[in-house]
Write a protein that binds this ligand. Structure first.
Ligand code: UGA
Length: 428
């Protein structure tokens, strides 16, 4: 029989966790503080682009296993397990801001069942389990850390096919109860203490960001020595100790997690007396990468961007999501806007420029219209459909035949044959 679960927060992590747990047969009540969001979710309307999530939400509602309520305190009354899935944004000093989590813990404390388990899913600094315990003000409930490792765009698949489930607890029985929620899923379950569980999450994201910065730095070397980074990565990846995943060069890493979490880990280390120079450098290489792509575009535009039109394909921080948070594309675009360029952008998941982050960008709903008359075309997100677009058509409408392919996505040779100048990342 399934368990009774409350989810506090219906963002990417909360909604995916709630929908997947209802899919596994648990009864799930999800709470949010935004009334319109609760109303639309109750009707089965999913506000984010996430493959497979709509179906799970519809199914869960139809089976009576998934429901949505306004206010955390109204979700927890019956719950045996309460997942905190709240934002931990980057504070002014780089550290994660825990105010949403602390406020929710204060709200739900008086309403919890004795012996219930409060589970931190959000990425929280080491020691946060203790902070939550204090705010709950209860000595008859357990607090457990159970970090998420979901990628946006494949969050449902990642949840249902985890490499590992990590559970941090000072109480073994509580940890085993949480492990039982995932018993049907593949992957290893690692039970450890809360500080180690919290650290595993930061270490994993920081290591993945390190891989990408490393490969972007190698791409810069490849450009200088005339090597092709695609082959270099293939050759490295065949070594099973290295592996071929998360070694794709690009315009730099972004999104709602890597930037925030890498800064937070630098800060966590510093606060404990360790200067994490390696991770600082990983962040610096990433900033450098945004600049390198902007420079490639500027070079193709003739050395100056004043009065130039740059067509951009791709605005989201990666393909298969509509998320613009900390998007490398926007960082690069803002560098171009600052020096006088006009931006004509197309992204399959972005219908217009109503999002405040897109101020100053002309957003088109047709990729060829975005390119018309442009001085350079830059591909900044790896949407697979860009590969299918016709460069014969692009050649007819673009002002100057020049392409910066910051995702190494396009058919380089075919494009060059059409008379385009082409520059990629670590290959030209
Ligand atoms: C990341 C982690 O991959 C998840 O495991 C983690 O749970 C999540 O953060 C989180 O902390 O919540 P996500 O931010 O959705 O997931 O995105 P990723 O797929 O990791 O991509 C991050 C950035 O790295 C993107 O800008 C992407 O384009 C870039 N990237 C990724 C590369 O440039 N090259 C690669 O080989 C892989």
């Amino acid at each position: 029989m399934g368990s009774k679960i409350a989810i506090i927060g219906t963002g990417y992590v909360g909604l995916t966790t709630g929908a997947c747990l209802s899919h596994l047969g648990h009864t799930v009540v999800c709470a949010d503080v935004v009334p319109e969001k609760v109303e639309s979710l109750s009707r089965g309307e999913v506000p984010i682009l996430e493959a497979g999530l709509d179906d799970l939400v519809h199914d869960g509602i139809a089976k009576g296993l998934l429901s949505f309520v306004l206010g955390a305190e109204h979700a927890v009354g019956d719950a045996e397990f309460i997942f905190l899935c709240l934002p931990t944004p980057q504070g002014a000093d780089g550290a994660a801001d825990l105010s949403f989590i602390k406020a929710a813990a204060t709200d739900i404390g008086p309403h919890l069942q004795p012996n219930s388990v409060v589970i931190n899913k959000s990425t929280v600094p080491v020691g946060s389990a203790g902070e939550v315990e204090k705010k709950l003000g209860r000595d008859d409930v357990f607090v457990v850390s159970n970090p998420e490792f979901l990628r946006e765009g494949t969050a449902v698949t990642d949840f249902l096919n985890p490499d590992r489930v990590v559970i941090g607890s000072t109480d073994e029985a509580a940890a085993k109860r949480v492990a039982q929620l995932y018993v049907e899923l593949p992957g290893e379950t690692l039970i450890t203490d809360p500080a180690s569980a919290e650290t595993i999450k930061y270490a994993s994201n920081a290591f993945l960001a390190t891989k990408i910065s490393f490969v972007n730095a190698m791409a810069a070397v490849c450009e200088e020595v005339g090597a092709d980074v695609s082959d270099v990565v293939k050759g490295m990846g065949l070594d099973q100790r290295i592996g071929n995943r998360f070694l794709i060069p690009g315009p730099g890493w972004g999104g709602s997690c890597f930037p925030k979490d890498s800064h937070a880990l630098v800060r966590i280390a510093e606060n404990s007396g360790y200067q994490f120079g390696l991770l600082r450098q990983v962040i610096a290489v990433n900033e450098e990468q945004f600049g390198r792509v902007a420079n490639k575009i500027t070079r193709f535009a003739g050395g100056t961007l004043e009065g130039k039109t740059i067509a951009v394909w791709g605005l989201t921080f990666k393909a298969a999501t509509d998320d613009l948070r900390d998007s490398p594309a926007l960082n690069i675009i803002n560098r171009l806007l600052e020096v006088g360029a006009s931006i004509h952008a197309y992204d399959p998941a972005v219908p217009d420029n109503s999002d405040a982050r897109l101020t100053g960008i002309d957003v088109f709903t047709d990729p060829y219209e975005a390119v018309a008359g442009a001085d350079v075309l830059a591909v900044l997100t790896e949407w697979p459909e860009f590969k299918e677009l016709s460069f014969e058509r692009v050649a007819e409408v673009i002002g100057t035949k020049a392409v910066v392919d910051a995702r190494n996505l396009l058919d380089r040779d075919g494009i060059k044959d059409l008379g385009f100048e082409y520059d990629g990342i670590g290959r030209s």
